[in-house]
Design a protein around this ligand. Structure first.
Ligand SMILES: Cc1ncc(COP(=O)(O)O)c(C=O)c1O
Length: 448
């Protein structure tokens, strides 16, 4: 038993790392060689020992406008002084309505209402619940199956975990939701290795949905949820034509299509939303991360007007959807969101990402002959560089790459297994792209 008497606790000792059980982190390894951050500005993090670390991960796919944006900090501070908190149930703040309108404006036409929550996980669960409720009020309550995809990531709520397809995230948590099925992953290295952008091969994998419809019956299926680019599993762009095909099949069978754009939203693929890049109109889009540039927690779901309108029936004093969070549309997050969207617009950051994409892809592909590189995938300002596992098993080389990046090469990358994911802020300069590539080459050699 640990002695927890107050005079023996080391709460005032900043270097005591014991109490914090870190999320999605190898805690013991971290606490032996901590990666501690104290500041951030533009394209860099500043460590507690004063090093400037190039951010090739936008934090965690969040800070698309780079770090330390004064406009966002000022908006949050002003909002905290004016109105720190307001209940979002039965009351509202003007900023929430304004932000919803601004987000709906950025979304494809037809997606007109925004439901706010606080994270990508909550956004995924909210979208799934809206899908189930929508069918219920439409007299099709038998539609309660949910379909995700292998290697998909939709956060860590029970809904998102259930439709998610990363085994490590699922296997410890029991049977999860019932009535969930999964499409195949769209990744096939033999057919797609070293594709720039959307791979040519793989659109037909969407036809798998017909198989699931034949197995379960269309009138039992509520929704399909997919990421237009599967990020957390190691950057897997959708094959050309795949999402269109998925839309055709879902439409044919009255199944709702949800795009999880928690990563791909707000410019990551060169457009406000990936739905626009692919010319596909889903029924719902989930978002989080980039909406506030990471400066305050926020997530949400943008829904088709027809879905929203379906709920707007019955007596007007009755709550139409019994769902929401204490911090839905939190004033500080709304302020951060509005300031962030101003920056994206004024600095044309989505267009910037779009323009930089070919150069970024070429630069990353130059790593293909480095040791142990078995595939490189790129789309938008995102790339996955997959390394073969070392003899200690899957994930060790990737973990070493993360450490080598931070401790020895002053760069922050993300890793998924043995894949190095590059997702820099959209403000990255061409020279900094070159710097990222040089540093990543050094990392790859260091872990060879
Ligand atoms: C596609 C997708 N959905 C959901 C989530 C979960 O978001 P959060 O960690 O904010 O709950 C993530 C996080 O990376 C994500 O990439």
């Amino acid at each position: 038993m640990l002695d927890k008497s107050p005079n023996q606790r080391s709460v005032n000792v900043p270097n005591d790392l014991a109490a914090f059980w870190m999320p999605f982190t190898a805690n013991r390894a971290f606490k032996k060689a901590p990666r501690l951050l104290a500041g951030a500005k533009d394209m860099h993090y500043i460590t507690t020992d004063g090093r400037h670390v190039l951010d090739a991960a936008a934090g965690m796919w969040c800070s698309n406008a780079g770090h330390g944006r004064k406009e966002i900090a000022a908006a949050i501070s002003k909002q905290a002084e004016a109105l720190d908190y307001a209940p979002p149930f039965q009351f509202g703040i003007p900023q929430a309505f304004e932000l919803a309108s601004r987000i709906a404006e950025l979304a494809p036409k037809g997606l007109e209402q925004v439901f706010f929550c606080n994270s990508g996980s909550e956004a995924a669960d909210t979208a799934l619940k809206i899908a189930l409720a929508y069918h219920q009020i439409n007299g099709q309550g038998g539609r309660c199956r949910l379909i995700g995809r292998e290697r998909g990531y939709h956060g860590v709520g029970f809904g998102g975990t259930s439709v998610g397809g990363i085994v490590g995230n699922r296997k410890m948590f029991g049977t999860l939701l019932t009535g969930v099925d999964h499409l195949q992953s769209t990744y096939n290295r033999d057919k797609q290795a070293f594709s720039k952008g959307e791979p040519e091969w793989g659109a037909d994998l969407a036809d798998e949905l017909e198989r699931l419809v034949n197995l379960h019956g269309a009138n039992t299926i509520a929704a399909v949820i997919v990421e237009p680019m599967a990020g957390s599993t190691g950057v897997i762009p959708a094959p050309k034509g795949y999402l269109k095909r998925l839309r055709e099949i879902t439409q044919k069978h009255g199944i709702l299509l949800i795009f999880d754009e928690v990563i791909t939203g707000f410019g990551r693929l060169g457009f406000a939303f990936a739905a626009e890049r692919y010319g596909v109109l889903p029924d719902m889009i989930t978002f989080a991360k980039g909406v506030t540039n990471g400066a305050a927690p926020m997530g949400g779901v943008i829904v088709r007007d027809t879905i929203y309108e379906a709920f707007m029936a019955g007596p007007e004093h009755v709550i139409e959807l019994c769902h929401g969070y204490t911090y839905s549309a939190h004033p500080l997050a709304c302020a951060a969101g509005l300031a962030t969207l101003d920056i994206y617009r004024d600095e044309k950051l989505f267009e910037r990402a779009n323009k930089l994409e070919p150069k970024f892809a070429d630069a990353v592909m130059s790593l293909r002959n480095e040791p142990n590189v078995v595939d490189i995938r790129t789309v938008g300002l995102t790339a996955g560089i997959e390394l073969s596992p070392n003899k200690e098993g899957p994930g060790k080389r990737g973990f070493e790459a993360l450490q080598s990046g931070f401790h020895d090469n002053d760069i922050m990358v993300r890793v998924a297994g043995d894949t190095i994911a590059l997702t820099p802020p959209l403000i990255i300069s061409e020279a900094q792209v070159g710097e990222v590539i040089e540093k990543v080459a050094k990392i790859i050699r260091a872990v060879a």
